[in-house]
Design a protein around this ligand. Structure first.
Ligand SMILES: [Zn+2]
Length: 194
């Protein structure tokens, strides 16, 4: 609670030019000294950063004259950060949320429910279902050298060379021979967009 109050009343005062701030530099210094000596303040480093407007990461630093929308986002994140700092999230459902705030690098390989799902399997099903209406079509699924999916229609075997629309690598093949690095898609790779 104390952290939130300090953010609201002190960190937010950096929105104004120095001469317009109600709290002058000597007051800030006194406050900072008080916080460092006060036993009730547990996280002194964080509190000092709030008072001096030096929060990390840098986008939490209040910038003079920034718009209301950004202020709102910053308040929300600092609120979230403050709460997560004191919640014991070890081995509970809160742990991913703590990682998200405290250690975002750890989230690089996580699946978050809001991510766009890999809908390749649905596309495959739709193409194979459509084949029943056109017996001459035999779509076959492949992957480019970098793992991006593509389909070859007609007989399903590689007869022309093209470029992957995701990475530009050569795909397809000639004379029914796949270009090097291309593989038949066995359906085991799922690419959920991060
Ligand atoms: Zn590719």
């Amino acid at each position: 609670m104390l952290q939130l109050a300090v953010h609201r009343e002190i960190t937010s005062s950096y929105l104004y030019p120095q001469q317009q701030r109600k709290l002058k530099a000597p007051v800030m210094e006194t406050l900072n000294t008080f916080v460092q000596d006060c036993n009730a303040v547990k996280n002194k480093v964080f509190m000092q950063k709030l008072i001096t407007n030096q929060l990390v990461p840098r986008h939490l630093v209040t910038v003079e004259g920034e718009d209301l929308r950004l202020q709102g986002i910053q308040c929300l994140i600092v609120h979230y950060l403050s709460v997560m700092m004191y919640v014991k999230g070890d081995r509970t459902l809160l742990q991913p949320l703590q990682h998200l705030m405290m250690n975002p690098q750890a989230c690089a390989n996580m699946f978050l429910p809001t991510m766009p799902q890999d809908d390749l399997e649905d596309i495959k099903e739709a193409l194979l279902a459509a084949r029943q209406a056109n017996a001459g079509e035999n779509p076959v699924f492949y992957r480019c050298p970098n793992g991006h999916p593509y389909v070859i229609g007609n007989c399903g075997r590689p007869a022309t060379v093209g470029n992957c629309r995701d990475c530009g690598a050569a795909i397809g093949g000639e004379g029914y021979q796949l270009r090097p690095g291309n593989i038949l898609d066995q359906g085991s790779v799922i690419i959920t967009q991060i």
